[in-house]
Write a protein that binds this ligand. Structure first.
Ligand code: BGC
Length: 629
C-alpha cells in the first residue's frame, strides 16, 4: 500500500515534469522566431507611399507575435504592466464604460491615453494603438463633457445634419483626450421595447437608421481637419440584434439581450443588413460583431455573415471587432473559441480580462495550422489599412485641450438636439406652449424633474449611469424651466407631489420616467412608470387643475391605462446634460417637430412589433412617426 502510494507520487511528479518541459520547449522555440531586421528608413514610414505598399512593407518586418498583438483589443484595466503594450504590440486599448483614469477629468484622460499611445509608438515597429470608448451620447465617461440625447432622441429628430454635427462634436471632445475610436453609432433596430438597449438605437426603421447612421459616421470622421488623424466610428452591432426573441438570452441574468435572432434570409436582406450597407458605402472602417446568436450560432462564429456576406459580397475593407468577451461566448474551450471566431472572420478580438492566453492560443493555433497564416495576414492588413488611412502613423497625436468656446458650442448644439428630439403625444386643450408673460405658479413633481443622472441615462460616467445632480456643467429639466420661463413664473417643486391641497393651481408638470440601465440589466418584462411616479402624478392631480406629463425614458412605456387622465403628454427620451432644451420647447422658443422613431405599444401582447405590425394584430397606442405639431 505504502509502495503504491510512493509510485503514484512519482508518476504524478513525472507527468508534471514532462508537461513543464513541453511548455518550456514550446515557448523556447517560439521565442526563436526570427525577428526580421528593420532598415533605418523603412518604406512604411513614408507618408507619400501608397497605403497598400506601406502595409506590405510593414508586414514584412512583423513577427507572428507582433501580428497577433495587432489583433488584440485590450481593456485598459487588465494591463498590469504598461510595457506589455510594447512587448505584445497591442492593436488597440479600450476603456469599457466606467473604466476611467484615476483622475476622471479631461486632463486625466488625456494623460492616461497619451501614456498608452506613446508607449505603443516607442515599440520596435512604432505601430500606434487605437484607443476606444463608447461615446454613444458624447464623451460620456468624463464629468463635464457634453451629454447629447441618447440615439433614440436623435432618431425622433429625424435630422441628419443635426446628427452629423452631434457626431462631429463628440469626435472633437474625444480627440481632445487623444481618443481615436468610438464604439458608435448603434444600428440595431429594436422590435421589442422590453429590450434594455432600445434607447441606444435611432429607430426600428432601416431607412431612417441608414440615413442617420451615415450622417453619424461622416460627422465623426470629420471631427478633425482633413490633414490630421481621424476619430473612427464603429457600426454596431452586426447583426440583427433588434430581432432577438424574448426569453432567449444566453445570459442567466437577462431576458432578451444576448439572445437569439431567428435566421431569416429575407429579413436579413431587407432589414438587418440595410443600414450596414449604407454606412459601408459611406466609408465606415470598423464594424462590431454582436453578442446575439443567429439561430444556434453565436454571431462571432458566423462565417457566412462575417466573411461571405460582409467582406466578400458587400466589399467591406475595414476590420471586424468582436464585442466584450463575445468570442468566449462561443461554446468550447477558449482555444477553440478563438480559432472559430478568427476563422469566421473576426479581425480584432475584444479582451476585457486576460490577453496573454489569447496571444498564446492564437500563436499555437497558427503553428498547428488550425488558423491559416493567410487569415492572420488578412486581419492584420485590414487593421493596418485603417490605421494608415486614418493618418495615425503620420501625426504625433499630441491632443490639444478642448477650449471653453468649443465646449460651449457643443452644449448649445446638445440643447438644440434636445429641442428637436421632443415628441408631443397629446394636447387637446392646447396647453402648450406655456406662456411666461403673466404671473403664474406651476407645480412640478416626479423622479426625473431634478435629476441629471436620470435624464442622462446609462453609459454616463458609469456603465449603469449615475443618480443626482452632481455632474458639472449640466442642467436638470427643473433648472432649465426656471432659467427659461423668466421671473413671472414661480415653480414649486416636490418630488413626491406633496402640496397644500387647499390651494390648487392651474397647471402642474410631472416629469417622470425610468431609472438608468444598460444592456441586459434593462431588460424589463413590463416597462411602465414606477409606483413612486404613479403616486406623484396622482398627488399632483389633486392640487393642479390640469397636468402635463413629461416622460424621461429610454423606450415607450406602457401608459394605456393612465394617458386619458393626463391633459398633455410629451416624450423627452433621455435628453442628456441640457435640460433647458426641454424647457425651450415647453415655452415655445421652438415648436415641437419630433416624431416617434418606433411604434408605441398599447400592451405587452403586441410585442414584438415588426415593421409596424403588432404581434396580436391590434393597433399600437401610437404608430411610428406619430408626433403632434
Ligand atoms: C457592449 C458594446 C460595447 C462594449 C465595450 C459591450 O458590453 O455590448 O456595445 O461597445 O461593451 O464597452
Amino acid at each position: 500500500m505504502k509502495k503504491l502510494h510512493f509510485n503514484a507520487h512519482l508518476l504524478i511528479g513525472g507527468l508534471i515534469m514532462v508537461l513543464l518541459i513541453i511548455l518550456f520547449l514550446d515557448m523556447y522555440f517560439f521565442s526563436l522566431e526570427k525577428m526580421p531586421a528593420l532598415p533605418d528608413n523603412p518604406l512604411y514610414k513614408n507618408s507619400q507611399t501608397p497605403v497598400e505598399d506601406r502595409i506590405t512593407d510593414l508586414m514584412s518586418y512583423m513577427t507572428l507575435d507582433e501580428k497577433i498583438g495587432q489583433m488584440a483589443l485590450v481593456e485598459k484595466g487588465s494591463v498590469s504592466d504598461l510595457e506589455d503594450v510594447n512587448t505584445y504590440a497591442f492593436g488597440a486599448i479600450l476603456s469599457g464604460s466606467g473604466s476611467k483614469p484615476e483622475k476622471n477629468t479631461f486632463e486625466g484622460w488625456r494623460m492616461m491615453v497619451q501614456e498608452f499611445t506613446s508607449t505603443s509608438r516607442a515599440s520596435r515597429l512604432g505601430i500606434p494603438i487605437l484607443y476606444g470608448v463608447d461615446a454613444i451620447h458624447g464623451h460620456s465617461n468624463v464629468p463635464g463633457a457634453t451629454l447629447f440625447p441618447h440615439s433614440i432622441g436623435l432618431g425622433a429628430s429625424g435630422n441628419e445634419s443635426l446628427v452629423y454635427e452631434v457626431a462631429q462634436a463628440t469626435g472633437k471632445e474625444l480627440i481632445a483626450t487623444g481618443i481615436t475610436w468610438s464604439y458608435s453609432p448603434t444600428l440595431d433596430m429594436p422590435e421589442d421595447i422590453r429590450w434594455g438597449r432600445t434607447y441606444e438605437s435611432f429607430s426600428d426603421d432601416p431607412v431612417l437608421v441608414g440615413r442617420l447612421g451615415v450622417a453619424y459616421v461622416q460627422g465623426m470622421h470629420s471631427a478633425t481637419g482633413q490633414d490630421s488623424s481621424k476619430v473612427l466610428a464603429t457600426a454596431k452591432h452586426y447583426l440583427g440584434l433588434g430581432g432577438m426573441q424574448w426569453n432567449t438570452s444566453s445570459s442567466k441574468d437577462y431576458f432578451i439581450d444576448q439572445g437569439v435572432t431567428p435566421p431569416d434570409e429575407t429579413k436579413l436582406r431587407t432589414t438587418y443588413l440595410a443600414p450596414f450597407t449604407e454606412v459601408i458605402s459611406a466609408g465606415v472602417h470598423t464594424v462590431m460583431v454582436g453578442l446575439n446568436s443567429w439561430g444556434s450560432t453565436k454571431l462571432a462564429a458566423e462565417r457566412y455573415l462575417l466573411t461571405d456576406l460582409l467582406k466578400s459580397e458587400l466589399g467591406f475593407e475595414g476590420f471586424l471587432v468582436s464585442d466584450w468577451y463575445g468570442v468566449y461566448e462561443i461554446p468550447g474551450s477558449d482555444y477553440r473559441a478563438a480559432i472559430t471566431a478568427i476563422r469566421a472572420g473576426v479581425d480584432m478580438v475584444m479582451l476585457p480580462f486576460d490577453y496573454k492566453p489569447f496571444i498564446y492560443n492564437v500563436r499555437n493555433a497558427v503553428l498547428r495550422k488550425e488558423i491559416p497564416i493567410e487569415r492572420i495576414d488578412d486581419a492584420v492588413r485590414r487593421i493596418l489599412r485603417v490605421k494608415f488611412t486614418m493618418g495615425l502613423f503620420d501625426t504625433m497625436q499630441i491632443p490639444q485641450p478642448l477650449s471653453d468656446e468649443d465646449l460651449f458650442e457643443h452644449k448649445t448644439l446638445a440643447r438644440q438636439a434636445v429641442r428637436e428630439s421632443l415628441v408631443l403625444l397629446k394636447d387637446p386643450q392646447g396647453l402648450l406652449p406655456l406662456h411666461s408673460n403673466s404671473s403664474t405658479t406651476i407645480r412640478i413633481t416626479g423622479s426625473a424633474a431634478d435629476n441629471i443622472g436620470r435624464q442622462a441615462g446609462a453609459w454616463t460616467i458609469e456603465w449603469q449611469g449615475v443618480d443626482g445632480n452632481w455632474i458639472p456643467g449640466a442642467t436638470s429639466i427643473l433648472q432649465g424651466l426656471r432659467g427659461v420661463a423668466g421671473p413671472n413664473v414661480t415653480f414649486e417643486y416636490s418630488q413626491s407631489g406633496t402640496y397644500d391641497e387647499t390651494s390648487p393651481v392651474d397647471i402642474g408638470i410631472a416629469i417622470v420616467g425610468e431609472r438608468p440601465y444598460a444592456e441586459g440589466w434593462g431588460d424589463n418584462t413590463n416597462p411602465s412608470l414606477s409606483d413612486e411616479d404613479v403616486r406623484a402624478i396622482a398627488n399632483l392631480q389633486k392640487v393642479c387643475k390640469r397636468i402635463i406629463v413629461i416622460l424621461v425614458t429610454g423606450r415607450p412605456l406602457l401608459i394605456t391605462d393612465a394617458i386619458d387622465d393626463w391633459d398633455a403628454v410629451v416624450v423627452a427620451w433621455l435628453p442628456g446634460s441640457e435640460g433647458a432644451g426641454v424647457a425651450d420647447v415647453l415655452y415655445g422658443v421652438q415648436p415641437f417637430t419630433g416624431s416617434l422613431p418606433l411604434p408605441w405599444p398599447a400592451h405587452i401582447g403586441q410585442l414584438p412589433i415588426v415593421d409596424g405590425k403588432t404581434k396580436d394584430g391590434t393597433s399600437p397606442l401610437f404608430p411610428r412617426y406619430f408626433g403632434l405639431r
